[in-house]
Design a protein around this ligand. Structure first.
Ligand code: GLN
Length: 464
């Protein structure tokens, strides 16, 4: 039998005694606070650095837009893509606790490497961040899930709090690291991201004991999964399977996998537009937008915190809305269609300043165009991102759920590569054409997604 749960013996009832010594975090297991701040600092470093990465390439390294966009796309796509490998490494080998620890250290080293100017440092630093994020990102969420017993109803609320941590980091990173990079020294900006990740690692190690129950539970799950696999193998050897299967999955499972394939494609399109915040729209902010409001000037990388600020502000409103709508709450496929509609609409809005810039070259447009655009994008993100994550955990056959979460992140990976590619056209194609193309692709996909609501719901086989 597995080890008994650690000091926070019963997170369900929060019994006094050891649990009271550990305290709690907004009514959640104390370990959630440790993971909240680990991920907050990790996202601080990731989004802080991403806020000026493409600007550094064009202004300091002298890359042209196409090359900078391509490197940006490959780097960000690799960061998200590496999550699949990091999940497997944790499951098979390192375990979740150490994967997050090593990941965090490698990420910090990556940012510190970027603080040196020469080009080999640049690529080595990016490579380290890819490796480290692959190890950290999927597994920190995995530990969050294991803070709760399967019956614990606080789990969803726990993930919502955790998502706040993500976006708090994503909002602060560009403000602080971006400011240092653009106003003080680019390399100080990179170092700042490294310092943030270091805080995260120290805090994670210091909070180790609060994670013990979750780590024990994960260890036990791994043991049970191995035992179950052995039993299945034995059963398959001695008797015929009772249910007809193909490739190890039942008919219902195959249908759900097909539904996930549809969600994957729509999500990739969505992220392809959304992630242009770091690429195309970052250059748009740097080159064509006034960077002052009411006489107060700010570095253009500050635009990169706007999406995250809107997530924080709008998340509670969305939670309220879905509750309020009750049985009229849109289905998951409908939310994907709505999300694609809003992301398309956000680029339609940008057509106005784009035409204006075409008529009067040399001017800079109001910062409120970008801010308004990000507001509309968030109506889309909040319809797709949390919903997609949760539906992937529900639709996936149990034995491959970790892998399927990696697949969910892979949609963001593809989107990032597309976003980098699009940025390459910012100076070679007319702006209305560039933004118009993005808008048309998203609105077209939204239209198709609306048509597919019914068939996809059938594929989902009773899961919402
Ligand atoms: N923006 C969020 C993050 O950085 C979620 C992105 C996603 O789910 N693909 O974690």
């Amino acid at each position: 039998s597995g080890p008994q749960p650690g000091p926070l013996a019963d997170p369900l009832t929060d019994t006094p005694g050891p649990a009271a010594v550990n305290g709690s975090f907004f009514g959640h297991p104390r370990g959630l606070s440790t993971l909240f701040f680990t991920e907050m600092w990790e996202r601080f470093s990731y989004y802080g650095m991403r806020a000026f990465l493409i600007l550094y390439m064009v202004h300091v390294l002298g890359f042209d837009d196409k090359h900078a966009g391509s490197v940006y796309g490959t780097y960000t796509a690799s960061v998200w893509g590496a999550a699949i490998i990091g999940g497997i490494i944790a499951d098979r080998w390192l375990g979740q606790y150490k994967s997050v620890l090593f990941g965090g250290i490698i990420i910090a080293l990556g940012h510190f490497t970027l603080a040196f100017h020469a080009l080999p440092f640049f690529y080595t630093g990016l490579g380290l961040i890819v490796l480290g994020t692959g190890l950290l990102k999927p597994n920190v969420s995995g530990i969050v899930g294991s803070l709760y017993t399967p019956e614990d109803t606080r789990r969803d609320a726990g993930f919502s709090l955790f998502y706040m941590g993500i976006n708090l980091g994503a909002a602060l990173g560009p403000l602080i690291a971006g400011y240092l990079a653009q106003r003080v020294d680019w390399h100080v900006g990179f170092a700042c991201a490294g310092v943030g990740m270091t805080f995260g690692v120290i805090q994670y190690v210091a909070g180790r004991k609060h994670l013990q129950p979750a780590v024990d539970r994960l260890e036990q799950q791994r043991r049970e999964a191995r035992a179950a696999a052995a039993v299945r193998k034995e059963a398959a050897r001695t008797s015929k399977p009772t249910e007809p299967t193909f490739g190890g999955f039942t008919r219902v499972e195959w249908k759900r996998l097909a539904a996930m394939a549809v969600f994957f494609v729509f999500a990739a399109v969505f992220w392809g537009a959304y992630e242009q915040a770091g690429s195309t729209l970052n250059l748009f902010g740097d080159r064509y937008t006034r960077t002052s409001i009411l006489g107060v000037s700010f570095p253009s990388s500050w635009f990169l915190s706007v999406q995250a600020v809107f997530v924080i502000v709008l998340s509670p409103a969305f939670a309220w809305l879905w509750l309020r709508l009750k049985e009229r709450e849109p289905s998951t496929p409908a939310k994907f269609a709505i999300g694609l509609f809003f992301i398309g609409l956000s680029f339609v809005l940008l057509l106005l300043p784009a035409f204006h810039l075409q008529d009067s070259p040399g001017i800079r447009v109001s910062p409120f165009w970008l801010i308004g655009c990000y507001f509309i994008q968030e109506l889309g993100e909040l319809s797709i991102s949390p919903v997609g994550l949760s539906v992937f955990t529900k639709l996936s056959p149990v034995k491959i759920v970790g892998f399927m979460l990696g697949v969910w992140f892979l949609a963001d990976s593809l989107g990032n590569k597309v976003a980098g590619y699009a940025a390459g056209f910012i100076s070679s194609a007319p702006l209305p054409e560039l933004f118009g193309t993005v808008a048309a692709v998203c609105l077209g996909s939204s239209f198709i997604a609306f048509l597919m609501i019914k068939p996809v719901r059938r594929l989902m086989g009773g899961i919402h």
